[in-house]
Write a protein that binds this ligand. Structure first.
Ligand SMILES: NC(=O)c1ccc[n+]([C@@H]2O[C@H](COP(=O)([O-])OP(=O)(O)OC[C@H]3O[C@@H](n4cnc5c(N)ncnc54)[C@H](O)[C@@H]3O)[C@@H](O)[C@H]2O)c1
Length: 374
């Protein structure tokens, strides 16, 4: 499939690169409201730079990859659908659930696919954990926790403003990985109760090139609460950009017969720890699996598994075979409602009952991955 990228910022290189990992799409053009950014990417990756309007009306393009900032996601997805093109968007799907519903209706009307990141749950760690749960390694999962705590994004991202605006914050920006992983592992969520806080009304950028500039905080920087799943499992969460240091682990699941620790779902691999009842932890390594083999240098030069693009490759295959994509719109809109529900529950000081209920994404086998890889 021939695809065009809209949004040539920080994450775009990963998407230009991933056409080499998977075998069913080629990026042929790119656009950005910042025409210099589009030109730079076009030169680097040997594609055509176009205006956003021209790219949307380019008849050679069947699918748009939306890598703009969260506040532009809905507009770009809607415009892609109106132009008769499928769209795969970076997360979050949209700024709020109402925007998500608008996208949902148009996608159904146009009979076009919309898919959404994150796709990291399709990585080695996410799928191995799914297999271990399905093999009943820790029995029925009844309880759990997830923790995302740091001191924010203003020390590394060159333009960190959007992280502190509605549509971002620790739940929309990072929680989305954990929530998607948990729906992959446990199925849909039914109720949420949460509280929120904002430790400081301003943040000071310490990354270059804007070091010293202040950002106004417009969305809570801490959210804590409980999620209840359709299967009755209860998961306590703590998402914060107001914590310097902590010793919690990422996702812990407690089953009737044991416990499991799942690595950071922002990554494709990482050791899973499983303990049967009171026995010692056993490491379940997954870096020999197809989407676990280290393949790319991280910011600090460490080679890690980064197979972003699997959700897009799977969606393109789903379009061809008229089946549901794993990173489906049903899943994305459920996760969007969960994220908004967390904020709504904390604002209203009331439990939030979810209205969406996707089916759990299908397990992704090594054979299926082999078929999609170059
Ligand atoms: N940076 C990362 O490591 C990372 C990782 C995963 C996901 N994401 C997600 O990817 C998205 C982009 O993140 P980023 O870090 O690349 O941001 P960025 O600010 O570096 O880049 C966004 C680009 O989109 C362009 N843009 C904004 N509005 C537009 C519009 N209406 N039409 C066309 N272009 C527009 C901007 O000019 C900019 O070049 C975000 O939703 C983010 O949550 C980022």
């Amino acid at each position: 499939m021939r695809v065009g990228i809209i949004g040539c910022g920080n994450i775009s290189e990963t998407y230009f690169d991933c056409q080499n990992i998977y075998n069913n799409f080629n990026v042929i053009a790119c656009a950005d409201i910042d025409t210099d950014a589009a030109k730079k990417s076009a030169e680097k990756f040997n594609v055509k730079a176009q205006s956003v309007e021209d790219l949307l009306s380019n008849s050679e393009i069947d699918l748009i990859i939306n890598l703009t900032i969260p506040s532009a996601h809905k507009e770009v997805i809607i415009n892609s659908l109106k132009a008769g093109k499928h769209c795969f968007s970076e997360k979050p799907l949209a700024m709020n659930f109402d925007e998500g519903k608008e996208i949902y209706e148009l996608s159904k009307k146009q009979q076009l696919y919309v898919g959404c990141a994150p796709d990291t749950f399709l990585g080695a760690a996410g799928q191995k954990a799914r297999q271990l749960l399905e093999n009943n390694e820790i029995g029925e999962v009844v309880l759990g926790t997830f923790n995302i705590m740091s001191h924010g994004m203003e020390h590394w991202h060159p333009n960190p403003d959007f992280f502190f605006k509605p549509g971002a914050g620790p739940v929309f920006d990072l929680g989305v990985y954990y929530l998607t992983q948990l729906v992959n592992l446990l199925g849909p969520i039914k109720t949420i109760s949460s509280i929120s806080g904002t430790a400081t009304p301003e943040r000071i950028i310490t990354s270059q090139p804007r070091s010293g500039e202040k950002i106004k905080v417009e969305t809570p920087t801490t959210l804590m609460g409980t999620l209840e799943f359709q299967n009755n499992a209860k998961i306590q969460f703590f998402c914060s950009w107001d914590v310097w240091k902590h010793k919690h682990s990422t996702i812990e699941l407690y089953g009737l017969d044991g416990s499991m620790i799942i690595p950071d779902p922002n990554f494709f691999s990482g050791d899973i720890l499983v303990s049967k009842k009171e026995e010692d932890w056993q490491k379940v390594n997954n870096d020999k699996m197809l989407l676990g083999v280290p393949n790319k240098a991280d910011n600090d030069g460490t080679i890690i598994a980064n197979y972003r693009g699997i959700g897009l490759a799977d969606m393109i295959d789903a379009i061809k075979n008229k089946r549901q994509a794993r990173c489906s719109l049903d899943l994305a809109i459920h996760v969007l409602e969960i994220m908004e529900g967390i904020l709504t529950s904390s604002k209203n000081r009331q439990m939030y009952n979810l209205t969406t209920q996707p089916i759990q994404p299908k397990f992704l086998s090594e054979e299926e991955i082999k078929y999609l890889k170059s």
